[in-house]
Design a protein around this ligand. Structure first.
Ligand SMILES: O=C(O)C1=C[C@@H](OP(=O)(O)O)[C@@H](O)[C@H](O)C1
Ligand SMILES: C=C(OP(=O)(O)O)C(=O)O
Length: 425
């Protein structure tokens, strides 16, 4: 069956009281896949995410000569590590719409002299790669732009060397994570200085932790400098935790509806910074319980507006915009100017769509301001951005007449999103 052009979200008849199973983390799955590919030996990933962004990483790794077997029903991926043999033959690979896949793979693709062309969908071709490519050139890569310099498609060839390099941090943390992931295999390791304030910091710490789980230990991470010693990856059995960004929609649903939702699999040791979204909900008035292996959010009927910097957890900024509509005072989100360069200009898109529904929302240079209100029946445009679709659908849980255009865009990270949302009924 093809996806409908518009998905209507019916209001919930009663506040939900549910435990919700969330698929594996995109960010962890894609890091684990690359570490496994660069490893000596075979790795098995349990709880892996099957979505377009992880299919992108699997496809790219296969293109670079790595054997990856997948079993979607079992949420399992088995990777035969190729060590330094990754990308040893000339190849052309397609990262689809996945920023993480493309930025992580570029340095690894330049570990050997074979030329590798990295390309992506039109959406990804519009996103920036310049700082990462410049750093790779400093490390000795041959970088040949096949379109505008600093954008995909691009051909890269190595071998890159270790040593020291500087990159800006204010556009994306993925450049830094990409360099880190290749770094253990560089002679002498790598020191990366970060020249401008680093965004999405928890993702860099996540990179170091996943690397360590695959045997590449000893990375030292601060916001201004990351040092990765030379080493190696080894094949391991690895369990991927549930996706905290995907869970944010369900935590928000509980806060908005006055229901209670538990997501198992996210404990105090979670790798994903986005679990901190529940702390924002708590500050707004929701009741949050962080257990040993689960997080529960309960809506209390009270939600206050908040002034919050979301530079660490920007994938949940649109979720918060949907929550802010239901608060009793305005919400100001700061520190996220860089999300104008994601799947779409997320600041412009979320403000435009909320205004379409009659909500008073304004763009700020580094974020947005949302005033509470009652949305009118609206079909929301989603800008080929999964997070626009998943966030705006939350407005339909309490308001009749909310439709989501192009609902299939959720396939980027959460293909079953609308089915899981319907399970709250
Ligand atoms: O490293 C990662 O897995 C990610 C880092 C973040 O990107 P930026 O560092 O570009 O903000 C985040 O938005 C993206 O969804 C995943
Ligand atoms: C920005 C995102 O993904 P990526 O940068 O990996 O394409 C996202 O998942 O919201």
């Amino acid at each position: 069956m093809t996806d409908p052009a518009v998905r209507l979200v019916e209001p919930l008849a009663a506040a939900p009281d549910a435990e919700v199973t969330i698929p594996g983390s995109k960010s962890v799955t894609n890091r684990a896949l690359l570490c496994a590919a660069l490893a000596d030996g075979t790795s098995t990933l349990a709880g892996a995410l099957f979505a377009d962004d992880t299919a992108a990483m699997v496809g790219v790794l296969r293109g670079l000569g790595v054997e990856v077997r997948t079993d979607e029903a079992a949420a399992r991926m088995v990777v035969a590590g190729a060590g330094r043999g990754v990308g040893a033959e000339p190849a052309t690979v397609d990262a689809r719409k996945s920023g993480a896949t493309s930025r992580f793979v570029l340095p690894a693709a330049a570990l050997t002299a074979a030329p590798v062309v990295v390309d992506g969908a039109a959406q990804l071709r519009a996103r920036p790669f310049g700082p990462l490519l410049d750093a790779m050139v400093e490390l000795g890569a041959a970088v040949r732009p096949l379109a505008a310099p600093g954008y995909l498609p691009v051909e890269v060839a190595g071998p890159i060397r270790g040593g020291e390099v500087t990159i800006p941090g204010h556009l994306s943390s993925q450049f830094l994570s990409g360099l880190m992931l290749a770094a253990p295999l560089l002679p002498g390791g790598l020191r990366v200085r970060v020249s401008t304030p680093l965004v999405s910091v928890p993702y860099v710490r996540m990179t170091a932790r996943v690397m360590a789980a695959f045997g590449a230990t000893g990375a030292d991470v601060t916001e201004s400098c990351v040092v990765v010693p030379a080493g190696s990856y080894r094949g391991v059995a690895y369990r991927v935790e549930p996706d905290a960004s995907a869970a944010s929609y369900f935590f928000a649903a509980a806060a908005i509806t006055g229901g209670r939702i538990t997501v198992p699999g996210l404990g105090p040791d979670a790798l994903q910074g986005d679990v901190a979204f529940v702390d924002v909900l708590a500050k707004m008035g929701a009741a949050v319980e962080r257990g040993r292996d689960a997080i529960t959010v309960r809506g209390t009927g009270t939600l206050h507006g908040i002034d919050v910097d979301m530079a660490d957890i920007s994938d949940t900024a649109q979720t918060l915009a949907a929550v802010a509509v239901h608060a009793d005072s305005p919400t100001r989100v700061r520190g996220i100017g860089f999300i104008r360069r994601k799947e779409t200009d997320r600041i412009g898109a979320v403000v435009t769509e909320l205004r379409r529904a009659g909500i008073d929302a304004t763009e700020d240079e580094d974020g947005f301001t949302i005033h509470p209100g009652t949305p009118r029946p609206t079909t929301f445009a989603t800008y080929d951005d999964h997070r626009m679709a998943m966030s705006l659908a939350l407005l339909g849980l309490g308001t009749p007449g909310i439709g989501i255009a192009d609902p299939g865009c959720v396939a980027k990270t959460f293909p079953t999103y609308f089915e899981v949302l319907d399970s709250l009924r």
